[in-house]
Design a protein around this ligand. Sequence first.
Ligand code: SAM
Length: 287
Amino acid sequence: ATMLIDIVSVFPEYFDVVGLSLMGKARDKGLLSITTHNLRDWTHDVHHSVDDTPVGGGAGMVMKPEVWADCLDDLLNLTGPDDSDASPSAEDINGTTPSSAPSSAASPSSATSTAEARATATPILIFPNPSAPLFTQSEATRLSHAGHLVFGCGRYEGYDARVPEYYRGRGLDVREYSIGDYVLNGGEVAVAVMMEAIVRLLPGFMGNPESIVEESYTGRDPLLEHRQYTRPALWRGLEVPPVLLSGDHGRVDRYRRDEALSRTSRIRPDLIERLTCADLDKKDRAT
Ligand code: SAM
């Protein structure tokens, strides 16, 4: 099935490069359909303004909730509160609630067009935000199983906090993620990062599916990976660790496992702290 991705941004051109990189490969293989949207297309004033001053004072500008909602209601096939007499509730959603989506007329498997797929796949709404929980490999894995992702890129001091709250209230799966402990100018780079981490996990994306099973942060006990070497065995006076040339798979595995454990405890002790005793084998515990 094709994963649908909608991206909302005030700089949609940022994602033009997406067509040139790894993502273009996924699109060519039919694994992915990306549509970018300019948030300013949902403004109604002559200045196309998407921001306003922060309530409570302070520096910078905050993205207006009305513009985001007009845009997201359209992309999510929701009837906005202006068109309905009911107060926001899950029942207002036009066939895109998690409960009603699979039972609507066209099942995802019979969807022949992107438009049909858009109407049937349950969307997940994702907002990059530096003050949110960290985006990790396990989140990427979880999201790689979704049929439809909608990313909303923040700018300025960010978006009005009621936007994600409102869509959660309407029964949608809404996530906010930080990609690391630093502040970027906008959500575009963060969305590009999350998309790349998710899309490379789509079945059929990797030529060799084994290569994503054995990586850092991946698997039963997510550790940093051991270091990698290729030929020649001696290069500019530097040797490949001789055990890797031994041909003894047991010894190679043990060496790599020990290296992963020692590098992780040195570079990322927080990952080691999260391991449980059951994750460690007898030899690990001795190390
Ligand atoms: N006032 C916000 C704060 O201090 O937490 C910073 C807003 S930042 C300048 C503008 C936008 O960039 C955010 O709304 C978010 O979409 C994006 N952004 C910046 N840093 C990010 C990070 N580390 N992870 C994810 N998104 C980020």
